[in-house]
Ligand binder design. Structure first.
Ligand SMILES: *Cc1c(COP(=O)(O)O)cnc(C)c1O
Length: 393
């Protein structure tokens, strides 16, 4: 890049001088981390040689055992992606009517319900943690409510105990969307065995990936059995369908990528942690912007670099995002405007925003910055330089 603060242009300058962006190639949020390439390719050779590409092959079996052992949970039922894993978990738990979810989450959390004729009801978040506010959850309970889906946003645990207490008090099912939380802990215990079950995503953009993939993880033997059936059309053995089901199976090559990446996960976390610390240092002292911190007492993949723009920062979040994008640094507004503002929920709940003041505020302040093992060394400095220019500092 052209180094130095003066080389950084705002979109306004760009319009004036048409200068090229700081980076010739775009820098993406969620660029996939690829672990031990040789280990992956060796496994792919074995898979191709065996002609066993899918349907409960040995690689998926090994992957499931490795994940269950890593998380300290009895069952890992691997799936083709996290959304199908959510849908199957929701169905296996018998949820119906209304289920309470945050609006400040990836839209798949809500869609997995709606797709099955269940109404997602959006509860507000705690602006400090970005996670569900238990009091807001209480306010959204109706006679039709059957469950709560907590999301461990940014890999930081949802308020697990308060949500469990609400679920117990009202006879609701509680599960967690743990798509952000692979490798995270809550009070030192790995995310994965809280609630009745938890759902993981191993999508390419997550800290830990199997290209596409997901899983239901649980200590509940019956639920595990039900999700295994549903993942495979309800087949129990050959020629014997005993339940409605779908095709949620993970393929062998995805499991191979998962196993290769599991071996490299600690080094991905180490690299993310260094980048996070470098961001905190580079952005320190700029007026009213902050990088979300991770609790040093808990494990977290440090995958999400969440920048929050305060009122005293002279530019809006959208102006900052546009200035960075103009330099080919493709930052993301993530869940903006919140699920309640997306279709079909915008039409379904035209007044949802009245119950979601913190969600709306946070959605207007957050921008997620690039991270991962391949983040260019000078990207963090360039991002900080753009922030300084907009801060007028
Ligand atoms: C990624 C993600 C999902 C969906 O997982 P896929 O594997 O992409 O289907 C669900 N919920 C959250 C919070 C996510 O970030």
């Amino acid at each position: 890049m052209n180094s130095g603060v003066k080389a950084i242009r705002t979109p306004r300058d760009l319009a004036i001088n048409g200068a090229p962006p700081a980076f010739a190639e775009p820098i993406h949020v969620g660029r996939p981390n690829i672990g031990d390439r040789a280990a992956f390719l060796r496994r792919v050779e074995t898979i191709v040689d065996s002609h066993w590409l899918t349907n409960h092959g040995p690689t998926v079996g090994e992957f499931e055992q490795a994940i269950a052992a890593y998380l300290g949970v009895r069952h890992c039922i691997a799936m083709c992606n996290g959304t199908i894993a959510l849908e199957i978990a929701i169905r296996a738990l018998g949820l119906h009517g209304e289920v309470i979810v945050p609006s400040w989450t990836f839209v798949a959390t809500a869609h997995a319900l709606y797709w099955q004729g269940i109404t997602p009801v959006f509860a507000d978040i705690d602006p400090q943690t970005h996670n569900l506010d238990p009091d807001a959850v209480r306010r959204m309970i109706t006679p039709r409510t059957t469950g709560i889906i907590g999301v461990h946003l940014w890999g930081r645990s949802a308020p697990i105990e308060p949500l469990q207490a609400i679920a117990d008090e009202h006879g609701l099912k509680l599960l967690f969307d743990a798509a952000h939380a692979f490798g995270s802990t809550h009070n030192g215990r790995r995310i994965g065995s809280f609630g009745t079950c938890e759902v993981l995503s191993f999508h390419a953009t997550k800290a830990f990936n199997s290209m596409e993939g997901g899983a239901v993880v649980t200590d509940d033997d019956e639920l595990a059995e039900a999700t295994r059936l549903m993942r495979n059309f309800g087949f129990k053995g050959y020629d014997n369908v005993i339940h409605p089901g779908t095709n949620g199976k993970m393929i062998e090559v995805c499991a191979a990528m998962g196993l290769a990446n599991l071996g490299s996960f600690e080094s991905v976390v180490a690299s993310n942690r260094r980048n996070h610390a470098a961001y905190v240092e580079a952005l320190a002292g700029i007026r009213d912007i902050s990088v979300m911190a991770y609790d040093p007492a808990e494990s977290n993949s440090h995958h999400y670099i969440v920048l929050e723009i305060g009122d005293a920062f002279p530019a809006t979040r959208d102006e900052l995002a546009a200035a960075l994008q103009a330099e080919n640094i493709l930052v993301r507004k993530y869940f903006w405007p919140g699920c309640h503002g997306m279709q079909p929920y915008r039409d379904l709940f035209p007044h949802a925003r009245l119950m979601l003041p913190h969600t709306i505020d946070i959605a207007s302040r957050v921008v997620v910055l690039p991270n991962g093992t391949t983040l260019a060394d000078d990207a963090i400095a360039a991002i900080a330089a753009v922030c300084r220019v907009l801060a007028g500092a």
